[in-house]
Design a protein around this ligand. Structure first.
Ligand code: ZN
Length: 467
């Protein structure tokens, strides 16, 4: 039976209560569109009450602790000198490119041929896919990322390995089989458009809404699909969109790519128009990059309520385009925007480190982004881009308890530097700018501490935590 999935509810069933206590920052609205001071909640000494993976309440500790006699020091994790935030959301990343991050390269199209395609060809081997998925999840959870919108590759093995690892942590993750039936090596190419559509839909039926997993229809980008394949992908997306299935692809990343799309699809007005024509532009569509946009394309994305993934470290590394966040957020036709690492084009797995690059990319366009804006993009903005803003991305009653805990003193120097800051957002800006690799102390997924920097076993699966 089809079910409308604007909201993914997991109702508490009366399980044990747990708590997290400390300084909380969370977002409730878009600071690019309304007064930024009204977009967040900051509670200096907060208690987050969690039951069955869901947040029951987030309020000042002293004002609510008496309402929860079941909570005491045995089941409340207390964090000092830290900021507790919603888990970060990575709106665009290729887990299968983890083995090639940091490859010396050139522009996008050369880089795809030289590094990406040979690496992705290896994922027919399930054991290889399993190993990479394991490494990838550890990198994300170490950095406090709890949801990612992920490219797998051509083969079912790449999708199965990813979702199997996600199930072990109970993370809310999105991936799917990548559609690609032309302009790439035979070792990676779909056998036919029809075969790829059949495989994608069978994986969708296998994984979508299984626990917290979400399936995505993923044409790599317009140049690597025939028109028939884009049409079939669009049909699957439209058949399942109301069940919460996502469409994920690349758009307007580089000049060479844009010119190639014009050559392959001369009958369409724009790159966005190619996807739109095949039913791929709709409310759960996520477009990575969107750097070289025409005004009509922004209008199309706005009207359809699509999300864009801003991937600054990748754009700088490949020297392609630059995303204009203020242009995307034009109040006349705002577009949903989140942050993507785009590993392996991106150079690290950390969302705060992407914020550091996003700030610089914006400054090249002579307009800054405050810490309020950037941490919004990293959390609630990402949830909006994925159309999951009623489920994740905020620390609020009824939301899934996916949480990151940033250390305000991750190094001797940062600890010293922090004495010269005033507000919490001054501190967060320093953290994102200095962008240390070790600043996330702990990561909670549906209320379970799956990563703890100070625990002997840093990473634990849910089955190990439940022992
Ligand atoms: Zn990408």
């Amino acid at each position: 039976m089809k079910e409308n999935r604007d909201y993914f509810p997991v109702n508490p069933t009366g399980g044990k209560l747990t708590g997290i206590r400390g300084e909380v920052v969370t977002f409730i609205a878009d600071p690019f569109l309304v007064n930024s001071e009204s977009c967040y909640r900051h509670i200096e000494d907060a208690l987050i009450v969690i039951q069955d993976g869901i947040i029951l309440e987030v309020e000042d500790y002293k004002s609510i602790i008496s309402e929860y006699p079941a909570l005491d020091e045995s089941n409340i994790d207390v964090y000092k000198d830290s900021v507790i935030l919603p888990g970060f959301i990575d709106c665009h990343v290729h887990y299968v490119q983890s083995p090639m991050i940091g490859s010396f390269g050139d522009t996008l199209l050369q880089w795809l041929n030289e590094y990406t395609f040979p690496t992705e060809s290896k994922y027919k081997d399930k054991a290889f896919a399993d190993e990479v998925a394991k490494v990838f999840f550890r990198q994300l959870l170490r950095q406090g990322t709890t949801t990612a919108n992920v490219f797998s590759t051509t083969f079912a093995t790449s999708v199965d390995a990813f979702f199997e690892e996600s199930e072990r942590y109970n993370t809310r993750m999105i991936t799917g089989k990548v559609f690609q039936d032309r302009n790439l090596p035979d070792s990676l190419k779909d056998e036919s458009a029809e075969e790829s559509a059949e495989l994608s839909e069978s994986l969708l039926n296998k994984w979508h809404n299984k626990g917290r997993q979400i399936y995505a229809v993923i044409p790599r980008f317009a140049p690597t699909s025939t028109e028939l394949q884009l049409k079939l992908a669009g049909e699957i997306y439209q058949r399942h969109i109301d069940e919460g299935v996502v469409m994920h692809t690349h758009l307007n990343e580089s000049i060479g790519e844009k010119a190639w799309v014009n050559e392959l699809y001369p009958q369409f007005d724009s790159y966005t128009d190619v996807y739109k024509n095949f039913g791929l532009i709709d409310k759960r569509s996520v477009l990575a990059h969107s750097c070289l946009m025409e005004e009509s394309e922004w209008q199309t994305l706005h009207m359809a309520q699509c999300g864009c993934a801003h991937c600054p470290s990748s754009n700088l590394f490949l020297g392609d385009g630059e995303f204009s966040v203020w242009e995307a957020k034009d109040a006349q036709r705002p577009v949903r925007v989140g942050i993507g690492t785009d590993v392996g084009g991106g150079t690290n797995f950390s969302i705060p480190r992407q914020l550091n690059e996003a700030y610089k990319v914006s400054m090249l366009k002579r307009k800054n982004i405050s810490a309020i804006h950037s941490f919004y993009l990293a959390t609630y903005g990402g949830a909006e881009a994925l159309h999951l803003e009623k489920t994740i991305g905020s620390l609020k009653a009824g939301y899934e308890a996916d949480i990151a805990v940033l250390n305000l003193k991750p190094s001797e120097f940062v600890e010293w530097r922090m004495q010269f800051t005033d507000s919490i957002f001054d501190k967060l800006f320093v953290l994102q700018t200095l962008a240390l690799d070790n600043m996330n102390r702990a990561t909670y997924v549906a209320g379970k501490k799956v990563y703890d920097q100070s625990r002997e076993q840093e990473f634990m699966y849910v089955s190990e935590l439940n022992k």
